[in-house]
Design a protein around this ligand. Structure first.
Ligand SMILES: Nc1ncnc2c1ncn2[C@@H]1O[C@H](COP(=O)(O)OP(=O)(O)O)[C@@H](O)[C@H]1O
Ligand SMILES: [Mg+2]
Length: 295
């Protein structure tokens, strides 16, 4: 950047990631050109290791604001490992190590000054299997704000989050009931509400519909379209139709097999608009996969 604006934004984002203070810095008032503002993530040469096993090799791509990016590819190619890099969830896994760079709004996510807990607040995660806490519906949604020290306005946060997650109409009269009594689809929407309640910027979703029936899946897909105005979303899915339906861009991963060493490493084959990946991909491996010719 020649005008120094990005530096100001970087500093401000860094301050907030370090301190968790959303009011820090005046940089938000001086937006830089749209192209810079709109990039949420930039990853370069990212590798994920578990011990000495390299699970993912040299992944580089960019993610833009209000975009839904789908990560697709065969089982074991490293989609979950890659997704976990984006909110430093791999930090919590023994033996996991990430190399390369990932910037979030211009700030190195792995900079030692960055607070990983604050990262996970801004970059929320929804898992494959709905995992509500064994608490009431209300307490599940209020959990994050309470941990952050919020005491006032919880009722509004709970209601707004449940509305955004398209669950309010179904649960407004039983907020004190256990979350575990909800259906699987409702539990997953509750987990989305819980993620939304801490006012994140990005949502990472790891096969969020794989445990759900088609009707519940359709509700989550509709919900994603509704909330993408407010968030940037990265979704791992093994359901290609889902990727084609919901995402704007798609990253296709596969496993590079080293037969002599009997190991495999996940690699990014290509990333492009979802339309292009599904109609006219550049790489033959992508074409084979999206047309179902992959074994
Ligand atoms: N916590 C872990 N410890 C060791 N190996 C792991 C761990 N998580 C994933 N792996 C390995 O990393 C590779 C990629 O896995 P994963 O990221 O889960 O792929 P995908 O989500 O595409 O199915 C696989 O070989 C898997 O066995
Ligand atoms: Mg996975």
């Amino acid at each position: 950047m020649s005008d120094g604006t990005e530096t100001a934004i970087e500093r401000s984002t860094m301050e907030r990631l370090v301190t968790g203070d959303d009011d820090a810095g005046p940089a938000e008032a001086t937006p830089s050109p749209a192209t810079d503002r709109d990039m949420v993530f930039r990853s370069r040469d990212v590798n994920v290791y578990y011990g000495s096993f390299r699970a993912v090799r040299d992944v580089s791509f960019d993610v833009y604001k209000n975009e839904i990016m789908a990560l697709i590819g065969p089982s074991g190619c490293g989609k979950t490992s890659v997704l976990r890099c984006y909110n430093r969830m791999n930090d919590l896994i023994r033996d996991a190590r990430v190399t390369g760079t990932i910037t979030y709004r211009g700030v190195d996510l792995y900079d030692e000054r960055v607070d990983a807990v604050e990262v996970r607040r801004r970059i929320g995660m929804v898992f494959q299997k709905p995992n509500p806490f064994p608490k009431s519906i209300y307490d599940n949604v209020a959990y994050g704000p309470r941990v952050a020290g919020q005491k006032k306005g919880l009722d509004d946060i709970v209601e707004n989050s449940l509305r955004k997650a398209a669950l309010w109409e179904e649960v407004s009269d039983r907020l004190n009931d256990s979350a575990l009594g909800l259906s699987g689809g409702q539990q997953q929407r509750l987990c989305i509400a819980r993620a939304i309640a801490v006012d994140p910027d990005v949502l990472l979703m790891d096969e969020p519909c794989s445990a759900l029936d088609p009707i519940a899946t359709a509700r989550i897909e509709d919900l994603m379209q509704e909330i993408k105005q407010d968030y940037t979303i990265m979704i791992v899915t093994h359901n290609m139709q889902q990727a084609a339906r919901v995402s704007d861009t798609t990253a296709f991963f596969t496993s590079d097999i080293h037969s002599e060493r009997d190991t495999r490493t996940g690699i990014l084959v290509e990333v492009d608009t979802t339309q292009k990946i599904f109609s006219n991909p550049s790489d033959e491996r992508t074409e084979n996969y999206v047309t179902g010719r992959f074994g």
